[in-house]
Design a binder for this molecule. Structure first.
Ligand SMILES: Nc1ncnc2c1ncn2[C@@H]1O[C@H](COP(=O)(O)OP(=O)(O)OP(=O)(O)O)[C@@H](O)[C@H]1O
Length: 267
């Protein structure tokens, strides 16, 4: 297995959240995890970042369980951007991006010329050149997200894990960040695993979708296979119309109605 979950189960106390999930993420491709609120998507990503320890199973990278790697070694291979990230208030964009080089730093040494070249290049390709001296706290939400993504890219990872990277952004910045992720994925041949709530963005920007329901994998595959009105009804309890986005060559959904006891009361 290149990278994936092998028989992962997650509990919080006695409560079981995820049960026996096994999935391999294809190398160099983008896989997006979708599923209802509270279904365990973030918990799965946190197992990759080691913030959550599964009760059973393991994450496998290059055929070896993650726990057999040294943390510094892993940080050069896998970058993780959590859903909520608070920047220190007094650092500028360049400094934030440079944090991505920490796994490569020798003890007691500063950044090398090579590190600075990588930082320059990352700032260039993520369109941050004009913002590099600005304090991170003064950036708009979209600009800030770009800066954080740049930090992960500066790590030169093979695997990039993103938890809801566009959730708090307006539609313009959502599009900009998704295009950036796509560009970086293609140029750096990244294996991207992310969680998105927006099914249409997930459909358009993913090679594969993984849907989570009832503690496990409900469906996995090409967006065309996953985005069907029957499956979306099962996963989210919604009725929807599905169309073909011919320009982007993927399905898109118009949600119609939620199956909800609140809405039908009194009818
Ligand atoms: N540290 C924790 N302690 C106890 N329960 C937790 C903890 N973290 C998450 N949970 C619970 O585990 C379940 C899964 O949470 P998780 O955040 O993984 O779901 P999610 O699919 O990412 O949800 P959302 O789409 O709302 O972000 C939820 O019921 C949540 O309340």
């Amino acid at each position: 297995m290149y990278f994936g979950f092998k028989d992962i189960s997650i509990n919080y106390g006695k409560r079981e959240i995820i049960k026996d999930v096994t999935i391999e993420f294809p190398k160099g491709k983008t896989t997006t995890i979708i599923g209802p609120n509270g279904s365990g998507k973030t918990s799965l990503l946190k197992v990759i970042s080691r913030a959550v320890t599964p009760v059973r199973g393991e994450v496998v990278f290059n055929g070896k369980p993650l726990k057999q790697y040294k943390l510094k070694e892993l940080a050069k291979k896998i970058a993780y951007l959590p859903q909520v990230h608070n920047s220190p208030s007094d650092i500028d964009v360049r400094t934030l991006v440079s944090y991505g080089r920490y796994p490569y730093k020798q003890f007691g040494r500063g950044l090398t010329r090579y590190d600075n070249d990588i930082i320059d290049n990352t700032i260039e390709i993520t369109g941050l050149k004009n913002l590099q001296n600005r304090l991170v706290e003064t950036l708009s939400g979209g600009e800030r997200q770009r800066a954080w993504i740049a930090m992960t890219i500066c790590q030169q990872p093979e695997v990039l894990v993103l938890d809801e990277p566009i959730t708090y952004l307006d539609i313009g910045f959502q599009l900009e960040v998704m295009e950036l992720i796509k560009k970086l994925g293609e140029e750096m041949q990244l294996t991207i695993i992310m969680v998105l709530h927006d099914i249409n963005f997930a459909s358009r920007y993913s090679h594969y979708l993984l849907s989570i329901k009832d503690k496990g994998v409900y469906s996995y595959g090409d967006p065309r296979k996953i985005i069907t009105s029957g499956k979306l009804e099962d996963i989210f309890g919604i009725q929807s119309q599905i169309f073909e986005d011919e320009k982007n060559n993927c399905p898109f959904i118009i949600p119609e109605k939620k199956r909800s006891k609140w809405l039908t009361l009194g009818n």
